[in-house]
Every structure is written in structure tokens, then in C-alpha cells.
Ligand binder design. Structure first.
Ligand code: AMP
Ligand code: ZN
Length: 424
């Protein structure tokens, strides 16, 4: 059940002792880079004292493009990845061979934790390339020793053909694409529950509600586990759900997590929601100290029944910058998703549009509905529409406009889903 029992179940005291040692190593290593060369603090004497170190932001990474964070000789770098940001200068991340080895190992550890074994067939439906999702899992899966199909996303019919004929048992897939892919089975006359050998989906790389996870589990008759990561830390393999499905273990022997209040930047106690800040503990090529991820979550108090001692974070609620302010009300898109996806007649995709009209913000929700419902009578559709409005009003304190659309009719991208269009 454990890939590395000693490390995954390490006594907390010992784990924290090692973390402190590794933070001090990281400070020394980081000083080799031009960005951290002027760091005023040489070492800290307790984990709490990490708060004395400055925070690092995405903006810092951008400003230092390309080599400002590099802490080893360029010749030792064997790989570069880049974050998925679409605007402005890209940010790049460097890895030595040892960095890559450690990363692979964390992916293997994560996959093993949810039951992936050598005899599985693994179809990696995440993008390969600069994005870390595809390549990251690819090497981790190979280290675990599982047969890996590097298919990448898209081409849904070929995807299904491989799923069926190679008896794929594990996939790594964007949650939005898992729902999209489902809409192709009917046409091919394949029943994902009966005709496939699929057991596990590793889903992540984009925010998704528990309702979306459940939907994927039910549609395919499988278990879906949440995988969290970001290129700045390595990519996937930072935090992963165990089979308890009650939060994601941050692999604390390689990353030190804190939760801060994004306004005051003060560290918050366990259980309180705020922005996740991460420090790399073992990265050579590009150590990063107290990186503001912008992702909102909390550290879950208490022990996990799985026996792992590494602390858990709750499902990511969204990014700081995702928050919408609609007529003064703060809303996260995931709140809308949670409400809507819990309604059984709803299909697999939705989209949010916001416009200004007569000085007021108007939120329009376009949502796909099941085939049968869409074929139903007008009054049934109107009833459903009213139901969505009422439930959203209760949840959000705002009355949206709702438009029901046909299954698989909303636009989807090959990469992370873009579901909010703010035209204000
Ligand atoms: P990138 O560095 O381009 O791979 O993007 C990393 C970002 O994707 C993170 O900072 C999160 O905002 C988002 N992300 C990754 N995994 C998850 C997940 N499991 N749940 C929610 N958001 C995620
Ligand atoms: Zn656990």
C-alpha cells in the first residue's frame, strides 16, 4: 500500500526535524541564484521562523526570466518546463537529473498510493510538452513499471479505441475532458461501464468540485483521485489524494506548505482557508522559497486513517484571481459548479458569461442538459431552468440568467477548461 513506507509514515517530529534541515539547505542552495543571492537570512532555527523569509511571487519568476532563479551551472540542467499562463512573459522552471529523479519518484508514490500496480495499463491522456502534466506522469508511471500509453489529449474516438482494445485500467485525464470524452461513447456503441476495463482515473490540473468527481466516478463506474501540482514546484506530484478521498497529502518530505491570508500575508492556523504557499525542500536547479501559489485551500487538521503522516490540504477552491465580484457579491465559479452539477438532469459541461447592462452585472449560465431532458417538453425544460435559478439564488445570493443547451454543444479546449468569460 505504500511506495516508500518509511518516508510516507515518518513520525511527525522526525519529519519536521528533516524539514527544518532541508529548509536551511534550500536557503544555502537558493543563494547561488541571482534572485536569492541577497537573501538576508542565512538559516532559521525553527519551522515557525520560516515566516521571517520573504514570499516569492509569479511576478518575481516573470521578472527573472529566463535564468534569474537558476541555482546550478547551466550544464547540469537537463530539462525545462513552462507554466500554462497565456498572457505576458512565460515562466520557466529548470531541473537537474536528480530533480527529475525525485519528481518521478513522487509520481510513482502517488500512483501507488491509489492502487496502480505493474500489471495495470496506463493511458496518459494529459498534454505532453512544456506542460508538466503529461511528461511528469509519463516518467513516474514508467518508474513504477506500468505499461504507459503516451497518447495525450484529444482525438476522442482513437482514445476510446485504445481504452477498449488495450484494456486500459488507469487513465490520467483533465476532469473537463473526462466528461467530454464520455459524450463520444454512445455514438461508438460502447458502454464505458461494461465494455472497458477502466478502474482508476487520476484527475487534476484544473479546479473541479467534488460533484464533478462523483459524476466521473458514476459515469465510468470507476474511482477518481485528485492530483494537485504546479510547474513552479515540479508539476503534478506535489499533493495527491489517498484512497480515503478526504483531502490531498502534500508530500512534505519535498515541499513545505503554509496557508496565508492573501491580504495580510499572515500565516493562518490549520483548518482556516487561505492561499497555499509552498517551499521546495529538495530542489537543486531551482529552489523556490515561500512561493505564493494563488490557490485557495486549507490544511486539514488531524491524522489520515491511511497512516500517512504528511498533512493534507482540502480540494482547491479556485485561484485567488478566479474570484468574481458580481454586483458586490464575491463568487467563486466552483460554487456555481457545485450547485449545478448536483442536479441529476444536468449534463457534462457549463459556461459562465458576465456582462454589464444598465450599470448592473448580469451573470448568464449556459448549461448542458441530458439528452432525454432536452428532448422533453418545453414545460419540463422551464421547470428545470427555474430549479437551477432557485438553487443558485440560495447558494449565491444572486439571480442568474440560465440557458439550457444541448449535450456536447458548449466549446471545449484541449487544455485546461476555460469556463468563465467576463465581458465587463
Ligand atoms: P501549471 O503550472 O500550468 O500546471 O498550473 C498549475 C495550477 O493548476 C495550479 O496552481 C492550480 O491553480 C491548478 N491546479 C493543478 N492541479 C489542480 C487540482 N487538482 N485542483 C485544482 N486546481 C489545480
Ligand atoms: Zn491518507
Amino acid at each position: 500500500m505504500y511506495w516508500e513506507k518509511d518516508l510516507e509514515t515518518l513520525d511527525r517530529k522526525e519529519l519536521e526535524r528533516r524539514q527544518l534541515e532541508q529548509i536551511n539547505w534550500t536557503i544555502r542552495q537558493a543563494r547561488n541564484s541571482s534572485f536569492y543571492s541577497g537573501l538576508k537570512i542565512n538559516r532559521i532555527d525553527s519551522l515557525e521562523a520560516i515566516q521571517d523569509l520573504p514570499l516569492t511571487t509569479k511576478e518575481d519568476l516573470r521578472n527573472q526570466f529566463p535564468y534569474g532563479f537558476l541555482a546550478v551551472d547551466r550544464e547540469r540542467v537537463i530539462r525545462l518546463h513552462s507554466s500554462s499562463g497565456t498572457t505576458g512573459k512565460p515562466t520557466v522552471v529548470f531541473h537537474t537529473r536528480e530533480d527529475i529523479d525525485r519528481w518521478q519518484n513522487l509520481i510513482a508514490r502517488s500512483m501507488y498510493a491509489v492502487g496502480v500496480r505493474k500489471n495495470d495499463v496506463f493511458q496518459n491522456i494529459m498534454g505532453y510538452g512544456l506542460f508538466t502534466g503529461g511528461i511528469g506522469f509519463h516518467y513516474g508511471a514508467e518508474l513504477l513499471g506500468v505499461m504507459t500509453i503516451p497518447i495525450g489529449p484529444g482525438n476522442s474516438k482513437r482514445q476510446i479505441w485504445f481504452l477498449k482494445h488495450l484494456r486500459t485500467s488507469v487513465v490520467h485525464i483533465l476532469p473537463s475532458y473526462a466528461l467530454r470524452l464520455y459524450t463520444f461513447f454512445d455514438e461508438l456503441n460502447i458502454d464505458p461501464k461494461k465494455d472497458l476495463n477502466l478502474k482508476i482515473a487520476l484527475i487534476g490540473a484544473e479546479p473541479h468540485s467534488n460533484e464533478i468527481r462523483k459524476k466521473i466516478e458514476e459515469l465510468y463506474g470507476i474511482k477518481a483521485y485528485n492530483s494537485y501540482g504546479l510547474s513552479e514546484m515540479c508539476g503534478p506530484g506535489v499533493a495527491f489524494e489517498c484512497t480515503q478521498q478526504a483531502g490531498l497529502h502534500v508530500w512534505e518530505d519535498h515541499f513545505y506548505p503554509e496557508i496565508i491570508d492573501p491580504d495580510s500575508m499572515q500565516v493562518l492556523p490549520e483548518g482556516e482557508e487561505g492561499e497555499l504557499v509552498l517551499t521546495t525542500l529538495s530542489r537543486e536547479a531551482m529552489p523556490i522559497i515561500r512561493y505564493r501559489t494563488r490557490d485557495l485551500t486549507s490544511l486539514i487538521p488531524g491524522n489520515c486513517p491511511c497512516g500517512r503522516t504528511h498533512r493534507r490540504i482540502s480540494r482547491i477552491k479556485g485561484r485567488n484571481d478566479d474570484m468574481l465580484i458580481i454586483n458586490g457579491v464575491n463568487i467563486f465559479p466552483i460554487q456555481i459548479e457545485r450547485t449545478v452539477m448536483a442536479i441529476p438532469e444536468i449534463g457534462n459541461n457549463y459556461l459562465i458569461e458576465i456582462r454589464k447592462k444598465d450599470y448592473m452585472d448580469k451573470l448568464l449560465l449556459k448549461v448542458e442538459v441530458n439528452e432525454q431532458v432536452f428532448q422533453g417538453t418545453l414545460s419540463e425544460l422551464e421547470k428545470l431552468q427555474r430549479k437551477i435559478i432557485v438553487e443558485l439564488r440560495e447558494e449565491l445570493d444572486l439571480t442568474p440568467e440560465v440557458k439550457l443547451v444541448e449535450s456536447a454543444s458548449l466549446p471545449v479546449s484541449d487544455g485546461k477548461a476555460k469556463r468563465v468569460y467576463d465581458f465587463r
